[in-house]
Design a protein around this ligand. Sequence first.
Ligand code: NDP
Length: 257
Amino acid sequence: MTTIENGSEKRELTGKRALVTGGSRGIGAAVVRQLLDAGAEVLTTARSATSTVPEGATFVPADVRTRAGAEALAAAAQELFGGVDILVHNAGGARPYPGSSAIPDEEWQGALDLNYLASVWLDSLLTAGMRERRSGRIVHISSAAVPASTGPFLHYTAAKAALENYSRGLAKELAPFGIRVNTVSPGRVATPGGEATRELWAQLDVAPAGQDHAAVPLGRDGLPDDIADAVLFLVSDRASWLTGSNLFVDGGEFPRG
Ligand code: NDP
């Protein structure tokens, strides 16, 4: 949304500093692009830079699966931007296995680190400034597959379930400080990570439940911008009375409510 103030154009997030994890491709890159379009300054990260990091964003390589990686990223956000007003935890994923007992210990731990603890670490490091300013917006990206706890992804859906529970509690804790915390749960979205994962899943010797976009009532896979639209709404003032929510953006595949 653009308004005109004193004769000059003011975009909706002008003056806001945002950090988006996993902004080198897929959903994260779409969120970065939309934040930039809305006037925010954007810092983003992935383990390595790619040509698909949106132009205009500041890129810092980091591995958020470790506490040290999260600390280095938070320090970079402080040094480069002086803190952040908007935090979008998008980096996530896991590879599928034929069943829960086939998932190695390190994959259970890795799924928890990337899909849950990375958010806990970054939130704890970056909300101090938000508390002082009594303003902030945090979005955690989960998955619409969490309630179904799908077999080949139990390590992933269990970690995302922990993230959702944590996100609800954090929303209550931070509301008195003017900080809003929400979750977005994407369905089947056409991204490099999503496509590669579904391909691996199809190769497993298990029923490929939910593998076909024919299962999506709106008749198509989601686009990264479908998810970014929801994130942009949640971090905007249009969502000023929304916290602790979990917005399912899934083409109607997992009806809620
Ligand atoms: P992609 O795999 O396409 O992109 C993931 C991004 O995260 C990349 O930029 C990747 O870069 C980065 N990333 C991965 N691991 C790390 C790490 N350890 N540290 C820092 N950055 C990392 O994923 P999607 O866009 O498909 O998914 C984005 C989010 O949406 C995830 O949380 C996913 O779980 C969720 N989601 C996606 C769905 C889908 O169908 N696509 C469905 C439901 C949920 P690099 O590899 O270089 O580090």
